[in-house]
Design a protein around this ligand. Structure first.
Ligand code: NAP
Length: 281
C-alpha cells in the first residue's frame, strides 16, 4: 500500500528545509527577514487551527510572522485599513487573509485590496488573471501544491483526462487551470453536474475539492487512476478527505492521504510564495 501513497507530508518537509536555508541566506546576504502577515477574523475553529499552523510554519522556517486576530464583528472598513497598513509595511512581504470571512464582509473586495506583489495566497484578481494567462504571478497555494506533488512523483499530466470536482475560486478553478496548462484534457465538475460518476470514472487524474467526507467511492473511480484528495472535513476528532481511502486504495495507482497529502503541501507553497515575494521586490 505504501507505494501507492503520494506523500505530501514528506515532500513538504523537504521543501520547507530548503526554504529555511534560503531564508537564512537572504538574511545573511541582504539583511532581510521575509515576513508574512496573516489576518484572522472571528473564531471559526478550522480557521483558528489553520492560522496557528501557518504561524508555526513561518517561525520554524525563520520567517518574521505577524498574526492579526480580529473580532467577528470587525467592519469591512477596518479590515481594509489594516490591509492598507500591511501593504505599506516594509517588514511584511506577504499578506494572507484567512477565508472564509464572516458573512457581512465581501471577500472579493478584501482580496482585491491586497497589493498584488504581497498577495501570497494568489487570490487577488491580478494574480488570478495572470494564472489564467499563464504569465508569472502568485499561484494559489493548494493548486500549486497539487501540481508540485504530481511532478515530484513523475506523474505525467499531458494528454491525460483530468477531472476536478469542485469549482471554487481558490481550489477547483485554479487547479483545473494549472492542469490545462500542463496539457491535460480537463473536466470541471460541481454540484449541478449531472451523473457525476460518469465523469469521475473516466479520470486518469481525479482531484476532489468539495469538502464532503468519503464522497468519492470505489465505483466512481477508474482502475489505475491517480487520486488527489484536497477535501478536508472534521468527522468527530478525525480529519477526513472527500475520497473513501480504504474503499479505493486497491483500485487506484496513486492517492494522497488525508491528513498528510495536500494539506502540508499548501503550507509549504505558502512559505515558497512568501520567499518569492522577497525576491521579486
Ligand atoms: P467551497 O468553496 O465550498 O467549494 C466546494 C465546491 O464543491 C463547489 O464548487 C461545489 O459546487 C462543489 N460541490 C459541493 N458538493 C458537491 C457535490 N455533491 N458534487 C459535486 N460538487 C460538489 O470549498 P473550497 O474552499 O474549494 O474547499 C473544498 C475542500 O477543500 C474543503 O474540504 C476544504 O476544507 C478543502 N481545502 C483544503 C485545503 C488544503 O490545504 N488541504 C485548502 C483549501 C481547501 P457549486 O460550485 O456548484 O456549489
Amino acid at each position: 500500500m505504501r507505494d501507492k501513497i503520494l506523500d505530501g507530508k514528506g515532500l513538504a518537509k523537504d521543501i520547507r528545509e530548503k526554504i529555511k536555508a534560503e531564508v537564512n541566506n537572504i538574511k545573511i546576504a541582504k539583511g532581510i527577514v521575509p515576513g508574512l502577515a496573516v489576518v484572522l477574523v472571528g473564531q471559526d475553529p478550522a480557521s483558528v487551527s489553520y492560522v496557528s499552523m501557518k504561524e508555526r510554519a513561518c517561525l520554524e522556517g525563520g520567517f518574521y510572522s505577524e498574526v492579526h486576530r480580529l473580532d467577528e464583528d470587525t467592519s469591512q472598513g477596518e479590515i481594509l485599513s489594516l490591509i492598507d497598513e500591511l501593504n505599506n509595511n516594509d517588514k511584511i512581504h506577504g499578506i494572507l487573509v484567512q477565508l472564509p470571512l464572516p458573512g457581512n464582509i465581501d471577500e472579493k473586495i478584501v482580496n482585491e485590496r491586497i497589493e498584488p506583489k504581497k498577495d501570497v495566497d494568489g487570490f487577488n484578481p491580478i494574480n488570478l488573471g495572470k494564472l489564467f494567462l499563464k504569465t508569472p504571478g502568485f499561484i494559489p497555494c493548494t493548486p500549486k501544491g497539487i501540481i508540485r506533488l504530481l511532478k515530484h512523483y513523475d506523474i505525467s499530466i499531458e494528454g491525460k483526462n483530468a477531472v476536478v470536482v469542485g469549482r471554487s475560486d481558490i481550489v477547483g478553478k485554479p487547479t483545473a487551470t494549472l492542469l490545462l496548462h500542463e496539457n491535460a484534457t480537463v473536466t470541471l465538475c460541481h454540484s449541478r453536474t449531472k451523473n457525476l460518476s460518469s465523469y469521475t470514472k473516466e479520470a486518469d487524474i481525479l482531484v476532489s475539492a468539495i469538502g464532503k467526507p468519503n464522497f468519492i467511492t470505489s465505483s466512481m473511480v477508474k482502475k489505475g487512476a491517480i487520486i488527489i484528495d484536497a477535501g478536508t472535513s472534521k468527522v468527530g476528532n478525525k480529519l477526513v478527505g472527500d475520497v473513501d481511502f480504504q474503499g479505493v486504495i486497491e483500485k487506484v495507482d496513486k492517492i494522497t492521504p488525508v491528513p498528510g497529502g495536500v494539506g502540508p503541501m499548501t503550507i509549504a507553497m505558502l512559505l515558497e510564495n512568501t520567499l518569492e515575494a522577497v525576491l521579486i521586490k
